[in-house]
Design a protein around this ligand. Structure first.
Ligand code: BGC
Length: 363
């Protein structure tokens, strides 16, 4: 009755029906995929994380493992503490293991092109997590907190904090940026400078070191000791008699290093910004030392990334709310951006109300 092709089609149709009937959530171990491009529920999902340069990465590890497992996937979550070549090898191994999605928080977003292409050729979907993957078309989606907005909030917090201490300028400030191999670092800095530059131009702000360019402000590897050393040097060179009113710090780890430097020079602590809501920085804010941080709740970011994986598994398109901001040099990467929240002592209690760890520190 059926020709060979007709028979094959009928078998495929029955198989598809069976698949629908048993429901995708029960998993199909054979790695079969739906017509619209989904994949088996228990597939390997790779998560390549960078070095543990801040608490958010450490939190992400546990959240990815738990969240992916409870959604039925097989997580393979790796840190690349040894650096870029370790991360390259980890991504290659994920491809060998048949990962259907690889989520990447890159150490150096420009150094993974070969491995990402290998992953795409093997049929994996690539999600850039927190940090953009640069100069490659082998990246499908980006999920992050709005990095430019983070910088704007930091710049504004610096101005507000200094104004609260001393109603009118001029104010002396110094500028710190993150690691230049992290695609976020320049975006944070540009966001902050979009607020600060007009005030530098009109004389409200003075950078006594003269180091106003991103390249002069960077902190290799996001390392605390590098920021501390640079702050020591800046203080010795420009702030023997002049007061230092504020420091733009791109994250909490560096903020605390800057405060350590200022304290050991015996100077009053200036207004220092931060990011990440790290435990030690929230304590410092409550104690009146660090001025501000940013709340980028890692639970929400990981949940959004896992939500993308679920959509892909079901053969659907992940949610996107920005398709123009993140050009990586080769393509504009469709992104889902979450809103960062500025936190100072004044709103800490409210900001961390649903965070079991941080809410304890704001009582
Ligand atoms: C993240 C920040 C973090 C920094 C250092 C950045 O890419 O967005 O939250 O402070 O890396 O780990």
């Amino acid at each position: 009755m059926f020709g060979k092709a007709g028979k094959a089609a009928a078998v495929a149709a029955i198989a598809a029906l069976a698949l629908t009937a048993c429901g995708r959530s029960e998993g199909t171990s054979g790695g079969s995929s739906s017509g619209s491009g989904g994949f088996a529920q228990n597939s390997v999902i790779g998560v390549a994380l960078p070095q543990k340069t801040s608490e958010n990465w450490v939190l992400a590890e546990g959240l990815f493992n738990d969240g992916l497992k409870s959604a039925g996937f097989t997580p393979n979550v790796q840190f690349a503490n040894g650096g870029v070549s370790e991360q390259q090898n980890q991504i290659s191994t994920m491809v060998t293991k048949g990962a259907k999605v690889i989520i990447v928080g890159a150490i150096d977003g420009s150094q993974l092109g070969t491995q990402l292409k290998q992953a795409k050729d093997a049929g994996a979907t690539i999600i850039a997590y927190d940090r953009l993957l640069k100069n490659t078309d082998a990246v499908d989606y980006y999920v992050a907190y709005d990095n430019f907005k983070v910088g704007q909030l930091q710049g504004q917090a610096l101005l507000d904090g200094m104004k609260a201490k001393k109603p009118s300028g001029p104010y002396n400030i110094e500028l710190f940026a993150g690691s230049p191999d992290d695609a976020n670092a320049k975006v944070f800095f540009d966001g902050a400078m979009s607020v600060l530059q007009p005030k530098i131009d009109d004389g409200t702000l003075k950078v006594l070191s003269g180091q106003k360019a991103f390249d002069q402000a960077v902190t290799q590897g996001w390392k605390a000791e590098n920021a501390q050393k640079r702050m020591d040097t800046l203080l010795a060179a420009s702030y023997n008699s002049a007061p230092l009113d504020g420091v733009l710090s791109p994250n909490d780890t560096l903020a605390r290093a800057i405060i350590t430097s200022v304290k050991s020079a015996g100077k009053p602590i200036p207004v220092v910004t931060g990011q990440d809501s790290e435990v030690e920085s929230v304590k410092s804010i409550m104690a009146g030392e660090q001025y501000s941080t940013i709340n980028k709740d890692t639970r929400n970011l990981v949940a959004k990334a896992i939500d993308m994986v679920k959509k892909l598994q079901a053969g659907q398109k992940p949610d996107i709310n920005d398709d123009k901001s993140y050009n990586n040099g080769v393509k504009t990467v469709p992104a889902y951006l979450l809103p960062p929240v500025i936190v100072t002592k004044a709103n800490a209690k409210e900001a961390y109300a649903n965070d079991p760890t941080l809410s304890k520190l704001t009582q």
